[in-house]
Structure formats: structure tokens, C-alpha cells
Design a protein around this ligand. Structure first.
Ligand SMILES: Cc1ncc(COP(=O)(O)O)c(C=O)c1O
Length: 368
């Protein structure tokens, strides 16, 4: 770890740079305020990866600190506890859950399962596509289906694009990078049709930012439907790397067989953090409310700059730089702000993560 990062990290968990030894960890109490801003003035403002700027929650931080001391032991019990807690929260059985090191591990496992027979996979364009390179390396051909003009998933076009060799259909709802959300009834109709032909993977990384009910209940009976979930977003645990799949128990078995140790890749401290985060409802509600205010502020100000924005259901905003006269990325760089990229050349669409209100005020001043 770079020294500056180490210092930053120590500051975050309340240790002084002077270096308090591990034996003193018991004496450290977690921050008491519910939502604490964790960016510091000298660090870049990270508006690039849709992280939660307020997390980890106080309960999750306390749990991590407490469980550092038992990190010499394997995490059998804690993983079981986390699976049970997730099952209880979703009113499903523990057989329907597989833990992963972030939902990325789940996406990778689903890709490997789908690629056991060569063929193709379907994804909207643009959508969350970090996993697709691995899919292509495993021999699956990519079929990209453009979003509609208003940046919605084109479910009809996706259905029509399914080929006889299509193994996997990926739906990100709400969609990253656009923040748009499909109607649940439309999605259910889509799943009923599409899952007759291939595995349907619904990525619900941002569903907790919406009022829409998860599709996980549907996955219990449908062997061709897998729901990917994460603790990285609303629970503020991106660096802890905790995610999970919800699926039919037979499908969970198939995914588990692709691993030497199913549900075994999350550290003791991270598992404890996720477990605690599930009970920190106060934190979640505050993070949601703060995100909503900062998002509204940002959209209003982007619109004042005459920039077209897609209504967002998430902690990020998709907008067009078509009417922007300055060099957007240069403005960000000069102000120590990390943004993303141009997603669609035509229309010059880009995405910005919603940080704290203070960060978004700095972002707006930077581009004004
Ligand atoms: C839509 C979507 N899915 C999955 C991920 C991966 O998240 P993680 O591996 O941290 O759970 C991200 C991360 O930004 C994402 O935006």
C-alpha cells in the first residue's frame, strides 16, 4: 500500500499516523455519527466509480475493527451467518444464495457457466460491460443491442436479437451508465420469454436506490434466471468486496461447482461488515436521502448549463456534453476531480457519480 494511501486509510478508521499497534485495536471505537464524509481536501474527488461517499456505515466499521482480531481463523461461521441474514431479508432459503467477492465474482461465475457451450451473449449498449472482455475470451460472441433514443433498455429489440446459440442475456437494472430503469412488469414479461432460450442475468447493483422491488423472488423457481446483488453501492462497502447471487438452488449448485470453495472468497472483516451493514437501516436511509439531494442539485445545475440529462434512479447521472463549450475533462483535471469517459461519441454522453453535496458543488463550479 502506498504510504499516502496507508495514512489515509488509517485516518479513516480512526488510527493516528503515529502508528497504533494491532493490540490496541480493541480500544478503538467506530465513528459515532451515522454518515461521515470520507473524502479529504488533498485527495482527488472521485466521481468515477459510483461509490457511496458516506460509507462504510458506523456499524460496518465497528464490525470490521472488531473482527480483525479473528482474521487468523477461516470465515466458515461468518459466511454462514451472512447467507442466513441475506436469506431472512429476502424471505428465501439459504440454498438460493451464493456469496462472491463483490458482484463482479458473481458476473464472472455466471459468464463461465454460460460459456460451457460456445455461442453468444447479449448486452444493451451502453451498459455495464467490464465483465464482457472475459466472456469474449471464454469464447462467447458479443451481441450489443442499442438503447432507445431516450436511453432506455430496448427489451423488444433484445428479445428479437436472441440467437439460437445465445447462452447469456445480461440486463443491468437500473442501467449503468444511464441510470434509467425498466418497468418491472415489462422486465417480468421479458424474463418469461428470454429465459426459455438462455440464462438471464439481472444485475441489481443499483436497485436499492430505487423504489422498485427486486426480481429475486422470480429466480427461486426459474433455473435460467440469476440475480446479482452487491454491498458496494448503497451499503458503502465497495472496497470490502461483498456481493451475492440469488438463483434457483440447482443453478446455485452449478455456479458453486465452478469454485473450489463456494462462498469462500470474502475476508472475515468484510463478511462481518456486510452482516452489520444489513442492520444499519439508519445509515442506508440517510445515504439515500443525501444522494437524492445531491443528485437533484447536480441535475438542476447541469440543466442550467444547457446540458441534457437522463433522469436518474441511481447514484450517478448520464448527460450529454454536446452543448458544452469548454474541455470538460480538462476542467475536471484542473480541479482534481476524477470523472469517467465519453460513452457514446455520438451525443458525447458521459457519466458522473453523485458524491456528497460539497463534492457536487465543487464539480459544478469546476465546469461552470
Ligand atoms: C452495474 C454494476 N454491476 C456490478 C458492479 C461491480 O460491483 P462489485 O463487484 O463491487 O459488487 C458495478 C460496479 O460499479 C456495477 O456498476
Amino acid at each position: 500500500m502506498l504510504e499516502s494511501n496507508r495514512r489515509y486509510w488509517l485516518k479513516q478508521i480512526g488510527l493516528s499516523v503515529a502508528g497504533i499497534g494491532l493490540s490496541n485495536l480493541n480500544a478503538i471505537s467506530a465513528p459515532t455519527n451515522t454518515v461521515e464524509k470520507i473524502s479529504a481536501d488533498n485527495l482527488p474527488i472521485r466521481l468515477s466509480s459510483n461509490e457511496n461517499p458516506y460509507g462504510p456505515s458506523p456499524l460496518a466499521r465497528a464490525a470490521m475493527i472488531e473482527n480483525i482480531n479473528i482474521s487468523n481463523r477461516y470465515n466458515w461461521q461468518l459466511s454462514t451467518d451472512l447467507i442466513q441474514a441475506i436469506a431472512k431479508n429476502n424471505v428465501i432459503s439459504t440454498d438460493n444464495i451464493l456469496l462472491g467477492a463483490g458482484s463482479t465474482e458473481i458476473l464472472d461465475l455466471v459468464t463461465r457457466l454460460s460459456a460451457s457451450k460456445k455461442g453468444s451473449f447479449l448486452i444493451a449498449d451502453p451498459s455495464y460491460s467490464y465483465w464482457t472482455e472475459a466472456a469474449e475470451k471464454l469464447g462467447l460472441k458479443k451481441i450489443a443491442v442499442p438503447l432507445t433514443k431516450s436511453k432506455q433498455l430496448d427489451l423488444g429489440a433484445m428479445l428479437s436479437a436472441i440467437q439460437s446459440d445465445t447462452r447469456l442475456i445480461y440486463i443491468c437494472n437500473p442501467n449503468n451508465p444511464t441510470g434509467s430503469m425498466a418497468e418491472r412488469v415489462e422486465l417480468v414479461k421479458f424474463i418469461n420469454e428470454a429465459s426459455k432460450k438462455a440464462i438471464v442475468l439481472i444485475d441489481e447493483a443499483y436497485i436499492d436506490y430505487t423504489n422498485q422491488e427486486s426480481l429475486s423472488a422470480l429466480a427461486i423457481e426459474n433455473k435460467n434466471l440469476i440475480i446479482a446483488k452487491t454491498f458496494s453501492k448503497i451499503y458503502g462497502l465497495a472496497g470490502a468486496r461483498v456481493g451475492y447471487a440469488i438463483a434457483n438452488s440447482k443453478t446455485i449448485d452449478q455456479l458453486s461447482e465452478l469454485k473450489s470453495w463456494a462462498s469462500g472468497s470474502i475476508s472475515v472483516a468484510s463478511t462481518a461488515a456486510a452482516l452489520a451493514a444489513l442492520n444499519d437501516e439508519k445509515f442506508v436511509l440517510e445515504a439515500l436521502s443525501l444522494n437524492k439531494n445531491a443528485r437533484q442539485f447536480t441535475i438542476e445545475n447541469l440543466k442550467k448549463l444547457n446540458l441534457v440529462c437522463i433522469p436518474s434512479n441511481t447514484n450517478f447521472i448520464y448527460f450529454s456534453l454536446n452543448n458544452y463549450k469548454k474541455d470538460f475533462f480538462e476542467q475536471l483535471k484542473n480541479n482534481n476531480i476524477i470523472g469517467t469517459k465519453i460513452y457514446e461519441e455520438q451525443g458525447k454522453w458521459t457519466r458522473i457519480t453523485v458524491g456528497t453535496m460539497e463534492e457536487m458543488q465543487k464539480f459544478i463550479s469546476a465546469i461552470q
